[in-house]
Design a protein around this ligand. Structure first.
Ligand code: MCA
Length: 501
């Protein structure tokens, strides 16, 4: 496959003036623009003296410009490191300290306060994104031919962080081969063709919006209808012009809450795809009743890209995430690494060209997460039925998925426990109609402390990204513990799931 940029570009339409990105108000970006702009940025990075393997961190609102920069990084074998704009100063400082990028592209407000970040050494090149801003990345663009650099498949293409159960985020290294092989498998599985039009409302700082959605479009030379964020009214207005939509389950429940979602609106849609969080069977059923479409549920994670999917042709079994994609090996093992048979619940492991290269600067942690024979331990529990469909039944990791975003309780607890007046806390996930799961914190205050729920929330909002901030805070006298002294989160979940918080 070689360089992922070259691999993508082999799927581009012959007529490069065909549209790649179309905005709802009618403006568009062609495949030629994509080539030209990414080439100019690649030349710019070269002029800055960047070398293969250098990191380019980017924390900006969703913008096609970020796609040009992603492709420029691929062309030049630089490592693209996208960041959620929700991250607060402390979180951002951690990422910059850990990834040590040569270039950081951010919004004007972040650029203005960059000196106040707790970073050992600020990146030598800091830019804003928009053309009319001070110190904009547009200024680095240089016209002229740029040779796409050839590279092995295990060349790192992107660094994406996941918080992890220790509370400290880990950088997940994804290679050109990981991303390319997975996009190819998905393009085939979901039968993307050049006349498809993908409704794209996902953020592009995660695997889902960036590698899965854009990867399928690029490899098939098709069009993307670009929405800056998910807004049900805008999505429903755009659906008649599209053939495919991808989203997290929250997108589908929000669409169902909108009366305008009717069969007529989806008449041109070929497939709806859902991932990043469990799709409730009732959502699947209700969506089918309303639209006549069975949502294709698939399963993946940042470390592995997408592992399995329900089929385009053939039975889509609700409550399952479908069969393993071609080229990968999926297995269920018990705690002793013995391979289990059909319908036996155990640990889900996967091996294949899609599986990441390791955690950034954490070789021991990487080793821990792989079996001796090279399978990645997903940390999820499930079973495979006799027809090969995988069902996820639980997580071995203490993790909450809220609106398709992973939240690690340990990370939130560490921040809560630092707040003046707090003795300890337990963060749990509780069912939520809109987000699937919501973050809830059960907190024990010091006897003399009068800190309120509202004060705790506002303190947390200044420290961590909004999606990690608990939707509810429960103050109690003591956390339930077992004989070993371990907090019994299952008891907390049982109690508070029954109460209307
Ligand atoms: C925003 N907020 C949230 C979330 N998002 N709270 C909990 N969970 C969330 N996911 C909070 C904000 O902090 C803010 O709080 C308030 O909600 C409104 O913010 P806004 O940005 O307007 O929210 P929204 O537009 O309603 O966004 C919800 C969303 C969005 C549409 C569900 O989070 C989203 O697009 N999620 C998709 C994420 C995704 O792409 N995941 C894929 C990663 P306040 O009002 O208090 O300030 S996983 C992946 O890539 C793997 C490989 C895979 O398999 O796909």
């Amino acid at each position: 496959m070689g360089n992922l940029f070259s691999f993508y570009s082999r799927g581009f339409p012959e007529d490069l003036d065909q549209v790649f990105i179309e905005h709802t108000e009618g403006s568009f970006i062609t495949y030629r623009d994509l080539l030209d702009q990414s080439e100019k940025y690649a030349n710019g990075f070269k002029a800055l003296g960047l070398q293969a393997g250098d990191r380019v961190s980017i924390q900006v609102s969703k913008s096609p410009e970020a796609v040009f920069i992603y492709l420029a990084c691929l062309r030049s074998k630089l490592i693209f490191h996208p960041l959620n704009t929700a991250y607060k100063e402390k979180e951002l400082s951690f990422f910059l300290n850990d990834a040590k990028p040569s270039v950081f592209i951010c919004e004007q407000d972040v650029s203005d306060k960059i000196a106040s970040l707790d970073v050992d050494q600020l990146p030598s090149n800091i830019y804003t994104l928009l053309p009319n801003q001070k110190g904009t990345i547009h200024d680095i663009k240089v016209s002229g031919n740029h040779e796409v650099q050839d590279c092995p498949e295990d060349q790192i293409a992107a660094l994406l962080y996941s918080s992890g159960t220790t509370g400290k985020p880990k950088g997940i290294m994804l290679t050109h081969g990981n991303i390319g092989s997975n996009a190819h498998a998905l393009k085939e599985a979901w039968q993307f063709k050049s006349d498809d039009c993908l409704l794209h409302a996902l953020p592009i700082y995660h695997v889902h919006g960036l590698f899965v959605a854009l990867g399928c479009a690029l490899l098939s030379g098709s069009k993307v209808l670009w929405l800056d964020a998910f807004n049900p009214d805008e999505v429903i207005d755009a659906l008649p012009n599209c053939t495919v939509m991808m989203g997290v389950p929250t997108y589908y429940t929000r669409l169902l809450s909108n009366e305008k979602l009717q069969k007529e609106v989806v008449k041109n849609i070929r497939i709806f795809i859902s991932g990043s969080a469990p799709l409730l069977e009732e959502t699947f059923d209700e969506f089918y009743l309303r639209t006549g479409h069975e949502i294709i549920e698939r399963y993946g994670m940042t470390e592995t890209n997408i592992i399995s999917s329900n089929p385009v042709n053939g039975e889509r079994k609700s409550g399952t995430v479908g069969a393993c994609l071609p080229g990968q090996i999926l297995r269920i093992v018990d705690d002793g690494q013995n391979i289990l048979g059909p319908n036996d619940v155990g640990n889900i492991q996967v091996k294949g060209p899609n599986v990441f290269n390791g955690y950034w600067n954490l070789p021991d942690k990487t080793k821990e997460d792989f079996s001796i024979d090279g399978f990645f331990n997903t940390g999820d529990k499930g079973f495979i039925d006799a027809e090969g469909y995988l069902s996820i039944v639980g997580r071995a990791k203490d993790m909450i998925i809220s609106g398709g975003l992973n939240v690690y309780p340990k990370e939130v607890e560490s921040v809560i426990n630092e707040i003046e007046g707090v003795i300890e806390s337990a963060v749990i996930g509780l069912p939520h109609d809109d987000l699937g799961e919501k973050v809830v914190a059960v907190i024990v205050r010091k006897k003399e402390s009068k800190i309120t729920e509202g004060e705790l929330i506002s303190s947390l909002k200044s420290e961590i990204a909004g999606f990690k901030v608990p939707k509810n805070i429960i103050l109690i006298e003591e956390l339930p513990r077992n004989a070993m002294g371990k907090v019994q989160k299952n008891i907390l979940r049982d109690i508070y799931a029954k109460i209307d918080l």
